[in-house]
Design a protein around this ligand. Structure first.
Ligand code: C2E
Ligand code: MG
Ligand code: MG
Length: 468
């Protein structure tokens, strides 16, 4: 609406003239122009312009959050032949269908763009392992390999995919696109309908991880896992109060594999659920076996992964294992890392309560490395704080670490929780902990984690020392 003033001969206001006009169509055209300048008219996907803009934002975000981001550069195989044989209108219809199929498969938050011709680009944000990209690529190849139905013709295309990863292969949109493009060319050279990573290190890493994962799947069946036991002691007396069960993988190909090389992978594939159950059963069984042989271990600590808590119906499984093996719940201690507790505190509290009802005890592992909310900490039904070895390692030379260890011990004291220091290697560390009122410890000073028989020998030696 516009309003104008009408004045009379004396210059006084005599009238207002107001004019209404409907400008929706102009507004619509404006919006359409913006849309057209940022989208590909054929498929309505973002074009290069909008892609650059979104990609730059996504890169900034991923760098800020220390996350990974990937570009999948896709180029259709055999598209030119279809264009030449059936004409451009058919080619256009095919591109529209390709875009629809791809869009259907996307996760929310992924950006798909058409760069022109038969080139598409997919931005995958937030992924953990590169083999997730491999899965995405395989899926794309498989959904595009189904025939397309265009005006009564069955058309087949393939797709070659090149992948670049931020930050490994570049930090800005144009570098990443260029690198994904050159990886795509390699995919074409290697016979089309496949995907390639820009750096061969990544390709190797993926192959390696896939091999590891499939070996890991077999490891349980083939009985390649083993438990080591590390004594936990009372600081004042040096008396053994329990042991932590630590998994080892005796792989025929790789030799002894430490848990930090495979636990994360096992968590990703969900394999940790069956491995975790095996660990728990084996640990409980072992304590009973030692008992039968005349060695009484007060308590066994078992590490529990976050996935077991989220998905495992853990309380039921534990109850079942306890009754199967005949171990009393009071002899079992479950270790849960601080990060897992705090990731979803409200739900975790309930699960922990179910566990505590069985009569077992709970410890917070690696305490001090996560971001504990102190108000939650008070509400978790836990018994022990395990001070992470990072804070013990440099005592007595690191005043900051000392201050943190001291604070955790004090926190434990006021919340009426036991404190156990991990990674105690020297007498100086032990003395510091004793002086600060920490009650329990575990570490190389007392013993490394030991295989079943060595652990018996250790217990035996300890009993002899006690009777002296
Ligand atoms: P964690 O539960 O914090 O276990 C303590 C780790 O510190 C063990 O490493 C142990 O060998 C090591 N350690 C003990 N004393 C000392 C010391 O004095 N100095 C030093 N430098 N290190 C010491 P390990 O056995 O390699 O296990 C690593 C992690 O793998 C464990 O950390 C735990 O988070 C995970 N893990 C081990 N077994 C299992 C399992 O059965 N299930 C699950 N979910 N995780 C497990
Ligand atoms: Mg532990
Ligand atoms: Mg720990």
């Amino acid at each position: 609406m516009t309003i104008s003033v009408v004045l009379d001969n004396e210059g006084m206001i005599s009238n207002y003239v107001s004019v209404f006009s409907d400008i929706s169509s102009i507004k619509n055209v404006e919006a359409q122009l913006v849309f057209l300048s940022q989208h590909d008219p054929l498929t309505e996907l973002p074009n290069r312009l909008l892609l650059n803009d979104r990609l730059s934002h996504a890169i900034e975000k991923s760098v800020r959050n220390d996350e990974k981001l990937a570009l999948l550069f896709m180029d259709l195989d055999g598209f030119k032949d279809i264009n030449d044989t059936f004409g451009h209108p058919m080619g256009d219809k095919l591109l529209q269908q390709v875009s629809k199929r791809l869009q259907k498969y996307l996760r929310q938050g992924d950006t798909l763009a058409r760069l022109g011709g038969d080139e598409f680009l997919l931005v995958v944000e937030k992924f953990t392992f590169v083999d997730e990209l491999e899965q995405v690529s395989k899926k794309i190849i498989s959904i595009l390999s189904e025939p397309f139905e265009v005006q009564g013709n069955k058309l087949f295309v393939g797709v070659s995919i090149g992948i670049s990863v931020c930050p490994d292969d570049g930090y800005d949109a144009s570098t990443l696109i260029r690198n994904a493009d050159s990886a795509m060319y390699r995919a074409k050279e290697l016979g089309r309908n496949n995907h390639q990573f820009y750096t061969c290190e990544l390709t190797k890493a993926v192959t390696e991880r896939l091999a590891l994962e499939s070996e890991l799947r077999n490891a349980l069946e083939r009985d390649e896992f083993q438990l080591y036991y590390q004594p936990q002691v009372e600081l004042k007396s040096g008396r053994i109060i329990g042991a932590e069960a630590l998994i080892r993988w005796q792989s025929p190909q790789r030799g002894m594999v430490p848990p930090n090389k495979f636990i994360l992978l096992a968590e990703k594939g969900g394999l940790i659920l069956s491995i975790g159950e095996w660990v728990m059963r084996e640990a409980c069984r072992q304590v009973i076996k030692w008992r039968d042989e005349g060695y009484f271990l007060q308590r066994i600590s078992v590490n529990v992964s976050g996935l077991q808590i989220q998905r495992g119906r853990l309380a039921e499984t534990v109850e079942q294992i306890l009754s199967e093996t005949g171990l009393e719940a009071a002899c079992l201690d479950l270790e849960i890392t601080e990060g897992v507790l705090m990731s979803n505190p409200k739900e975790v509290i309930e699960i922990l309560q179910d566990l505590r009802r069985l009569g077992l005890s709970l410890a917070v592992d690696d305490f001090g490395t996560g971001y504990s909310s102190l108000s939650y900490l008070k509400r978790f039904p836990i018994n022990t704080l395990k001070i992470d070895q990072a804070f013990i390692r440099d005592i007595p030379d690191a005043p900051n670490d000392e201050a943190i260890a001291r604070a955790i011990i004090a926190l434990g004291g006021s919340l009426q929780l036991d404190t156990l220091a991990e990674g105690v290697e020297t007498e100086a560390q032990r003395d510091f902990l004793l002086q600060e009122g920490c009650e329990f410890a575990q570490g190389y000073l007392y013993s490394r984690p030991l295989a079943e028989n060595d652990f018996i020998a250790f217990m035996h030696g300890n009993i002899l020392a006690g009777t002296k």
